[in-house]
Ligand binder design. Sequence first.
Ligand code: UTP
Length: 410
Amino acid sequence: MNYTEAKAKLDACGQAHLLRFYDSLSDTEQYELLQQIDALDTRLLDVFAAYQGEGDAKRGKLEPLGALTLEEIADNKNKFEAAGLDAIRQGKVGAVLLAGGMGTRLGFDKPKGMYNIGLTRQLSIFECLIHNLMEVVDKAGAFVPLFIMTSEKNDEDTRDFFEENKYFGYNPEYVHFFIQEMAPAVSPEGKILLEEKGRIAVSPNGNGGWFTSLVKAGYLGLLQREGIEWLNIFAVDNVLQRIADPCFIGATVLSGCESGSKVVSKADPQERVGVLCLEDGKPSIVEYYEMTEEMIRSREADGRLSYNYGVILNYLFRTDKLTELMNNQLQVHVVNKKVPYLDENGTLIKPEKPNAYKFETLVLDMIHLQASCLSYEVDRTKEFAPVKNPDGVDSVVSARELLQRNGVAL
Ligand code: UTP
C-alpha cells in the first residue's frame, strides 16, 4: 500500500491522524507504518461504535447446567483414565498452551510463563506446566504434541526461554510455536492510537483466535496427518493446570459430547468466574458481571448453587468441529485497558488507569458454538492456582500457597 492509498483508507474511517508524523519518519518506518495501515481491520471501528451505542451483545435464555461431579468421576476413574490414555497412545490428543497474553495485571515485562514462582529455587510457570504434562507422558509412554501460542510481543523471549531450558525435559520435536494476531487500540472517542510516531498501538487480539492462528501458521496439515482428533486448550497462568489429563479426556470421549470443560465449584456465590451454563439450550459461559442477583443466589434442591460451576480455561475441542467452525465469527469484546500512546505533540503518555479500548475474541465463546459440552468438575485446591496479580486474589502469593499444599517445593 502506498501513501495515497493509506490516506484514502484512513480518511474513509476518520483515522487520518495516524499519518500525522509520517514526514518525520525514515523510509523503513514509513514502509512499516503503511504495512500496518494496510493490515488494519477497520470493521473493529464499527464494533466499537456499536459497543458505545448498546454495550455488550445481549444474552439468550440462560439456564443452569450441572456437572459430572467429583464423586461420579472418582467412581469411574479407572474406566475414564484407560480411555484417555488409549487416546493419547494412539496420538489422538494434542495440547494448546495459550501464552500470547500481555499479563498486564501481573506487571511482569517478560512472558508470564517466565515468571519465577519459586522461592528458594528458580521455578518458572512454564516449568510447572511442562512438569505436569510430563507426568501424563510418563504414564502414557507417549508424547503429547504441544502447540504454544505466543504473540509478536513475546514470541522471541518465549522460544529463547524454552531453548535455554532445554524444553524442561520435553521432546522439542513435539513442541510447535505459533503467533497470534494483533488488534489496534482506540481512544474513548474511537480514534486509533499510535505507540510510536511510525507505529499503531496494537496488542494481542484475545485468546479466541487461537485455532485460526494455528491454521494460518500451517499446522492443520500436521493435525490431520497425525490424526489429532482432540485439542486440549489451557491457559499459561494456572500453575496447577493438569494438561492432557487422561481422566478428563476419557470422560469426554465416552460421554459422546462434542467438547469438554473443566469446572470448579464456586468458592462463594459472588466469586468472579465465568460459569458454564446453557444459553438457548446450548452450552455457554456467562460472566459473573452478566448474572443477575437472582441467578447468583439461586439454589437447586440439593442445596448447590444453580450456577455453580466456574470455568478454569481448560477445554477439550474436537479438531474436525473446529475446522468446520473456523469461519464463524466470534463475538468481539471491547475491553477498557491501560495503553501507552503518543499525544498529538508526539509525547509518550503512560496512563495510570485504563484510558483506551482493546478488541478481543475469547476462547470461552467457542463453547457456545458446540452442540454439547461435558462439564467436568475438578478439585480447585488441586487444579486451580491462577496467577493474575502480584498479591491478593488469584495471585503469586495464593498460587505459591496452593503449590506448596500440593507438595511442590518452592
Ligand atoms: P487473561 O485473560 O488473563 O489475559 O488470559 P492476560 O493478557 O494474560 O492478562 P491481563 O488481563 O493483561 O492481566 C488468559 C489466558 O489467555 C491467554 C493468556 O496468555 C492466558 O493464558 N491469552 C490472552 C492469549 O494467549 N492471547 C491473548 O490475546 C489474551
